[in-house]
Design a protein around this ligand. Structure first.
Ligand SMILES: Cc1cc2nc3c(=O)[nH]c(=O)nc-3n(C[C@H](O)[C@H](O)[C@H](O)COP(=O)(O)O)c2cc1C
Length: 365
């Protein structure tokens, strides 16, 4: 008899009354029979093992620079319980320079959140060695090295996706990180298009350097989000690699999740679609497992947004910066309110926390 750990949703009557969303509890089932109808779909959500760590499900909250701070991750954990969550990318150079601001924001981690994968970005092995130790000492559960970022200030600096072109340098860096941590070590990459040789070489370097898992964002470094995620390229890596492959790109609903899992990947990462809806991963897991899931009311979404920004103000020790961040998040949180454009316009001219709070309470009814 196979034993599997699953996450399920326990909806207490009290929570239902208050219209709150999800509350999870881990439990053990003896086999896969609870999901006979959704056979194939249900088997998509399964435990994930990366090196010596096991996770009860295989959906990961992806990294978003400027967004994936502790308050954001805490909300995702409260409402979704992803396998683990990513930090924002952290510059190894800034970290080893010991900038207090960098350390405070990027190394923050709450005891109340689930497992966190700290993501490093850089190109100098000595700095990355030191940065690896710093994030491990700060409570990282996993460490990822960013080889996917295509933003010009990163790419043109020889970091992120630029490293995929220089496989010798890439090997040296990955090998250095590997030697400096026993934590599960992931590498997040983009793909080469119609160039199996490059993809094979990248896969070999990652394996030879001893990484435990690869996250494949199915786009090329030169492509924008207008180009659909290349699922066939993710499938190619799945076929090549012995370590777990996590597929990433354009997952936002059951259908896109199903398409991602059709590549054979061991797990799926969701980044943009979780912004403003921290319950998304929980809802997808619940839907697949044919469990009911109560979504927050509009009023509750407003309160979630307020709580996010208040926590951010505390973390940044700067209310104004948090409200500026709220401007970027407003459209995402306001997805379901009828006058979302109006709301976003108002938030764009609001610059203190009390005004932000009352705007939310006026619009999320
Ligand atoms: C605003 C923004 C910030 C991002 N920051 C990071 C980052 O810090 N590290 C990283 O590896 N990818 C970053 N990404 C890429 C995403 O994690 C993800 O790979 C990409 O958005 C595709 O997945 P999605 O369709 O689920 O969003 C970022 C993307 C966006 C739009």
């Amino acid at each position: 008899m196979i034993k599997h750990n699953y996450c399920t949703i326990i909806e207490s009557e009290e929570k239902k009354k208050r219209g709150q969303v999800l509350n999870y509890e881990k439990f053990t089932i003896q086999d896969l029979t609870p999901f006979p109808l959704y056979g194939i779909l249900a088997r998509m959500i399964k435990p994930l093992q990366i090196a010596n760590r096991s996770f009860p499900n295989n959906i990961i909250l992806g990294p978003l620079a400027g967004i994936s701070t502790t308050p954001y991750r805490l909300l995702a954990w409260e409402y979704s319980k992803p396998a683990f969550s990513y930090s924002e990318m952290i510059s190894a150079s800034a970290l080893v320079r010991n900038s207090r601001q960098t350390q405070k924001r990027y190394l923050d981690r709450s005891p109340n959140e689930g497992p966190v994968c700290f993501q490093l970005v850089g190109s100098i092995p000595k700095e990355l060695a030191e940065a690896t130790k710093i994030v491990a000492d700060s409570g990282a559960d996993l460490i990822d090295f960013n080889c996917g970022c295509s933003v010009p200030k990163i790419h043109n600096n020889g970091c992120g996706s630029a490293l995929l072109k220089d496989r010798v340098k890439l090997y040296n860096i990955l090998n250095t990180i590997r030697k400096n941590t026993t934590l599960p070590f992931l590498v997040k990459i983009r793909v080469a298009i119609n160039d199996d040789k490059t993809n094979e070489e990248v896969a070999k370097v990652i394996t030879d350097a001893g990484a435990d898992c690869v996250v494949v964002h199915g786009r090329n470094w030169g492509e924008t989000f207008n180009t659909p995620c290349r699922l066939e390229a993710i499938k190619f890596f799945v076929g090549l690699m012995k370590i777990p492959v996590i597929g990433n790109g354009d997952v936002k609903c059951i259908d896109s999740l199903k398409n991602m899992f059709a590549t054979g990947c061991n797990g799926a990462m969701i980044s943009r679609a979780c912004v403003g809806q921290p319950w998304l991963i929980g809802k997808l897991i619940a839907d697949i497992n044919q469990q009911s899931c109560i979504l927050p009311t509009s009023q509750e979404i407003g309160e979630i947004f307020i709580s996010h920004i208040k926590q951010l103000a505390k973390l940044l020790e700067n209310e104004r910066m948090a409200v500026l961040q709220a401007r970027k998040l407003a459209k995402s949180y306001a997805r379901t309110i009828p006058n979302r454009k109006d709301f976003s316009n108002q938030i764009n001219i609001c610059d203190d926390l009390p005004a932000f709070t009352s705007l939310c309470r006026n619009y999320f009814l």
